[in-house]
Design a protein around this ligand. Structure first.
Ligand code: ZN
Length: 158
């Protein structure tokens, strides 16, 4: 049983961690948001300036996304890439997105990962230390100092 009409195996997590972060029920660093999309700073940094781009509306995978959300997510990913570039000046920026537990999706709320590459290249898919929210707040401050919030995308901080 899953929350979708697709064949995908959706991770079983209730309540949804991302919905809790967006509602403020649990603390997390929200870099910016608009009515459709939010940009979070993940506590599991697998690259340098590792962000999550997700719809505010809860649904599990790319298959349930609506066109306006898809367009806003791609616009936001492009802004996030430019912001990571401005803040961290990495030689590579990776974007990835997983649908279904077989693809290693862990939270049943669509999200894209975007991260600057590590020294030596690539991103780290092994165990990484879990940063505190104070530490991810510092990453957000570093990004916002280098890259202004996109007024074109209607973002506000927090
Ligand atoms: Zn959710």
């Amino acid at each position: 049983m899953n929350d979708t009409d697709s064949s995908l195996d959706i991770p079983d997590q209730k309540p949804c961690a991302f919905c809790d972060y967006l509602s403020g029920a649990r603390p997390f660093t929200i870099l910016c948001r608009n009515n459709l999309i939010a940009v979070l700073v993940t506590r599991e940094q697998r690259g340098i300036g590792h962000l999550l781009v997700l719809p505010v509306r809860h649904y599990p995978t790319l298959l349930e996304s609506e066109p306006d959300e898809r367009h806003a997510m791609m616009d936001t990913l492009a802004w996030a890439a430019a912001a990571i570039d401005a803040a961290f000046e990495r030689p590579g920026i990776a974007v990835w997105q997983n649908n279904g537990t077989a693809a290693h999706q862990a939270i049943p709320h669509l999200h894209f990962h975007i991260a600057g590459t590590l020294p030596g290249g690539g991103t780290d898919f092994d165990d990484v230390p879990e940063l505190s929210v104070e530490q991810t707040d510092q990453i957000a401050a570093q990004i916002l100092a280098a890259a202004p919030i996109s007024s074109e995308l209607g973002f506000t901080t927090g």
